[in-house]
Design a protein around this ligand. Structure first.
Ligand SMILES: [Zn+2]
Length: 287
């Protein structure tokens, strides 16, 4: 899950094929999603790979890499509906089953968890005789009419509303983040552990390099050298890790934007008060 620009990539040709046009027509005639076997089957790879590339081979919800995994084509607005206890209500957006900007790349786990959940804050959109061509680019317009509780990484700005603790738990006061976290189970064990590893990495980097840097300074008494090393080992590393194409980049983004808080949360038995103060001083010079 990461805020990114609304997609501008060309619609995969398969989504404009006669086969899809026929499926679309069948669906709107019967007011339901009818395909028993998804029509993506034959050409799924093309659609899937285009989506994966668009998202740097990461799940749109949890940021796990899906480069080598099979991955799923997720329908942001569900094509089918059935009652699920964890959703307030469900609705089938059968007419969006093949709409390019209703599709997201997704890991298997998020796809199963999210299922057909799609609650909204107020009113719902309905099919209004739009053509498939128009519906390929309907996301922004629909999200202006309907206010979904589920975040969309290309529409919503949410990065700065998320707080991570050192154990990898994700918290927020933003209602959409809370809903998405619950529906996709974004605090599940494997995600927490993966995020915790990023915190541990920076704890270790900080401890190791501070000791090394202070030793260096004692020999050379050169504050510039200390600064240079801090930039190299901490600041630049964080910048690399928070890049959009990195797995769980949102965690590094959080540490980078809240470095003082990250320091505060470190146990003093691990990093002394003095080392925290030096780190804080060095960080402030850079930011
Ligand atoms: Zn996922």
């Amino acid at each position: 899950m990461r805020e990114r620009k609304y997609r501008s990539i060309t619609i995969p040709s398969h989504l404009n094929s006669e086969k899809i046009a026929l499926e679309f027509k069948n669906n709107i005639t019967k007011s339901a999603y009818l395909s028993k076997n998804t029509p993506y089957n034959d050409d799924a790879k093309l659609v899937k790979n285009t989506l994966k590339k668009l998202y740097d081979y990461k799940c749109a919800y949890c940021e796990s890499f899906i480069k080598n995994a099979y991955g799923e084509i997720e329908h942001y607005r569900p094509k089918k509906s059935f009652n699920l206890s964890r959703c307030d209500s469900t609705k089938a957006y059968y007419w969006l089953a093949f709409s390019w900007d209703n599709l997201l790349p997704c890991c298997k786990k998020c796809n199963i968890e999210k299922s057909n959940c799609f609650d909204v804050f107020d009113r719902r959109v309905n099919y209004n005789k739009e053509t498939l061509e128009v519906l390929h680019k309907s996301l922004q317009g629909y999200n202006r009419i309907e206010n979904p509780k589920l975040l969309h990484p290309e529409i919503d700005a949410f990065e700065d509303d998320i707080v991570f603790d050192h154990k990898g738990f994700m918290r927020s006061d933003n209602e959409k983040v809370i809903y998405t976290r619950r529906i996709c189970d974004l605090n599940r064990k494997n995600l927490r552990e993966a995020r915790e590893k990023i915190f541990t990495k920076y704890l270790k980097l900080l401890k190791k390099n501070l000791a090394f840097m202070i030793e260096l300074q004692e020999v050379s008494d050169d504050f510039k050298l200390l600064l240079k090393n801090f930039k190299l080992y901490i600041v630049d590393e964080l910048k690399d890790d928070k890049a959009m194409n990195q797995e769980y980049s949102l965690v590094s983004h959080y540490i980078y934007n809240n470095f003082e808080h990250f320091l505060e949360e470190i146990d003093e038995s691990y990093l002394s008060k003095e080392d925290k103060a030096i780190s804080s001083k060095l960080w402030l010079i850079y930011n």
